[in-house]
Write a protein that binds this ligand. Sequence first.
Ligand code: DQA
Length: 147
Amino acid sequence: TLVLVLHGPNLNLLGTREPEVYGRTTLADIHTAMLERASRADVRLESFQSNHEGELIDRVQAAASEGVDFIIINPAGYTHTSVALRDALAAVSIPYVEVHLSNIHSREPFRQHSYFSDQAVGVICGLGADGYLAALDFALARLTQQH
Ligand code: DQA
């Protein structure tokens, strides 16, 4: 069983990037916490961050042949712009949960539309880094139920 965690542009700067909006937890901290929880459940977990739309699309396409069972994705700025990344997820038809650290609905109007939410199994936003762990708990429960 394999879970893929995808992080979009600028999330490599977590910890120092607008900490009042995104918190002080780094991407490495998030990865470590998720890895620990997944390995306790005997599930493999991989994380990938990119500032490039095409690299994220390539990673989604590769996930299909790697047997990825579930995706947790924070598309970051691409949330509000990327038809192409949305299409990649639809093409591989791997179920995914969309995560945002901030509550995008309480921010600028342009953040309130997501190209991902209607195809997602669910959406978590506004819980900070804990949102990733909530998404992982959901994925682990769902994946272990299936076996
Ligand atoms: C974000 C919200 C997006 O609007 C923004 O572009 C990000 C991060 C979040 O996690 O809150 O880069 O996805």
